[in-house]
Design a protein around this ligand. Structure first.
Ligand SMILES: Nc1ncnc2c1ncn2[C@@H]1O[C@H](COP(=O)(O)OP(=O)(O)O)[C@@H](O)[C@H]1O
Ligand SMILES: O=P(O)(O)OC[C@H](O)CO
Length: 501
């Protein structure tokens, strides 16, 4: 049967998706399923690794059956995943020994404080391009080995495997044959030397993680293994691409040249700038990370990470029950002219770039008796844009490049109010492509390139098409005034020190 399609598996923080593309890069079918989030203690976020896997299998089956596609027509599968989320499982039974500890989770804050006090920060920064922060996988692995009874002994005997979500899915899809990850995911673990591209003994010793748990690190575009036929409806299909979702989005946005940047508005927001074959060291709280490995080379990126973006809207929906669907937030925000001085700081799990403050918690300022739900919703959307301005300022300072436009994508980028306000507050036009799910598209491109389904990055770049360009429509003076209010709100939130429960 002719190989007409590539399938991308996009395993995000809140949902799993399977999307099938044809050779033109058009979406043929797509299926999405949300799965449970667990918040066992304040600031902790966990998933069940088996529920992640189950949701992935369900969307694969649903996508294929609704479009009546045979797995025989799939040339390759690419995986993009929520990054840093950590799974440790028994290699004999396939059972996870603990929940997946999600990237947002702060449960390793004490471990991080201890490593800081032992003076590891500079070494970590130099080798990994990261900071000692609960965000990254390394301290999560340590936490599992320290807290799950018998786990450390098992790990030392070589019975346990570690993986980020890409590794877990590929291990499962391949029936336990491939225990691998790609450069971009490895670069988020706190255990990988991004300059030498190898797992680092000094870092492993610092975290007490046995080397036998670690996956092999491979390029982002390469055939790793085939699916086992019982998971893939009687067929074996090459698994041929993998990247962390933010790097996959950079690839899907065709940001192939040094200096090109994108911002993805999903659960969190992540701005990445391609810096080519140079690892740029940040002086302003950005991360240095591997963008991808392809064609025998690695590319680096500078990254600004915002922990709470679209999930603040989800919180308004689910916890405060302010509306039924996230898209409703756009209409509510536009029913008022402004927030009337209300600022919301959605620091539910601390703040990332440029503050890197694990202690700070969410806050709202400027309430009056006249404050209504609409102001609250508008302030929450505006907070996403302010956080992005914090990141862009750091990016421009570190790279010396003044952005002429910002490419955007992700679920919340469909919100026109947010995108217009983003452009206004940055003072830079915002460009949204027709396909705003560029994470999955990037994974599909990486896999398709590996099997010759697409020929080159140039061929892919020519497919990028704009949906809407949001032009700047705010005076400089107003922008400054509003942004100064945000900075004040962040400082006030950081000054508040709640009692620890
Ligand atoms: N129209 C919208 N306006 C604001 N936020 C939205 C909108 N649509 C989706 N979101 C938010 O975007 C997030 C989903 O985006 P998505 O790219 O699917 O995220 P992820 O990959 O992190 O699961 C959710 O947190 C949701 O609340
Ligand atoms: O699930 P997303 O799309 O919000 O992405 C999560 C990031 O990969 C975390 O680093």
């Amino acid at each position: 049967m002719e190989k007409k399609y590539v399938m991308a598996l996009d395993q995000g923080t809140t949902s799993s998706r399977a999307i099938v593309y044809d050779r033109q890069g058009e979406v043929i079918t797509s299926s999405k399923r949300e799965f449970p989030q667990y918040f066992p203690k304040p600031g902790w976020v966990e998933h069940n690794a088996h529920e992640i896997w189950g949701s992935m299998l369900a969307v694969i089956a649903h996508a294929l059956s609704t479009a009546n596609i045979s797995p025989k027509e799939i040339a390759a599968i690419g995986v993009a995943n929520q990054r840093e989320t950590t799974i440790v499982w028994d290699k004999h039974t396939g059972d996870a020994v603990y929940h997946a500890i999600v990237w947002q989770s702060r449960q390793t804050a004490d471990i991080c404080d201890e490593l800081e006090s032992q003076g590891y920060a500079d070494m970590v920064r130099d080798k990994t391009g990261l900071l000692i922060d609960p965000y990254f996988a390394g301290t999560k692995v340590k936490w599992i080995l320290d807290h799950v009874e018998g786990a450390r002994e098992k790990a030392e005997r070589g019975d346990l495997l570690f993986g980020t979500v890409d590794t877990w899915l590929i291990w499962r899809l391949s029936g336990g044959e491939a225990h691998i990850t790609d450069y971009s995911n490895a670069s988020r673990t706190l255990m990988y030397n991004i300059h030498e591209q190898k797992w680092d003994d000094e870092l492993l010793k610092m975290l007490g993680v046995p080397r036998s748990m670690l996956p092999q690190v491979r390029p982002s575009s390469e055939v790793y293994a085939n699916t086992v036929s019982y998971h893939f409806f009687g067929e074996t299909v090459p698994i041929a691409g993998a990247a962390g979702d933010q790097q996959a989005a950079l690839f899907g946005q065709a940001c192939y040249d040094s200096g090109m940047a994108k911002n993805t508005y999903g659960t969190g927001c992540f701005m990445l700038m391609n810096t080519g074959e140079t690892a740029v060291k940040s002086k302003h709280g950005l991360l240095t990370t591997l963008a991808w490995g392809i064609d025998g080379k690695v590319h680096y990126a500078l990254e600004g990470s915002i922990f709470v973006g679209g999930s603040a809207i989800q919180w308004l929906r689910d916890a405060l029950r302010m509306f039924r669907g996230a898209p409703d937030s756009e209409d509510y925000a536009q029913r008022v002219e402004s927030t009337e001085g209300v600022y919301m700081v959605p620091a539910f799990v601390g703040l990332g770039t440029p503050y890197w403050d694990s202690e700070v918690r969410g806050a709202i300022f400027g309430l009056t008796r006249g404050t209504e739900k609409e102001h609250f919703i508008r302030a929450t959307l505006e907070a996403i844009a302010y956080q992005t301005k914090d990141v862009l300022s750091a990016m421009e300072a570190d790279s010396g490049i003044e952005l002429k436009r910002l490419r955007v994508d992700g679920g919340a980028s469909t919100n026109n109010f947010l995108m217009q306000f983003q452009s206004d507050i940055l003072g830079v036009p915002v460009e949204r492509p027709i396909i705003h799910e560029t994470t999955a598209l990037g994974a599909a491109y990486l896999a398709g390139l590996a099997v010759g389904f697409w020929e080159s990055k140039d061929q892919i770049a020519a497919k990028w098409q704009i949906d809407k360009r949001f032009e700047v429509n705010m005076q400089e003076q107003q922008r400054r005034r509003m942004y100064a209010g945000w900075k004040q709100a962040v400082e006030a939130a950081r000054a508040f020190k709640p009692h620890k429960a």
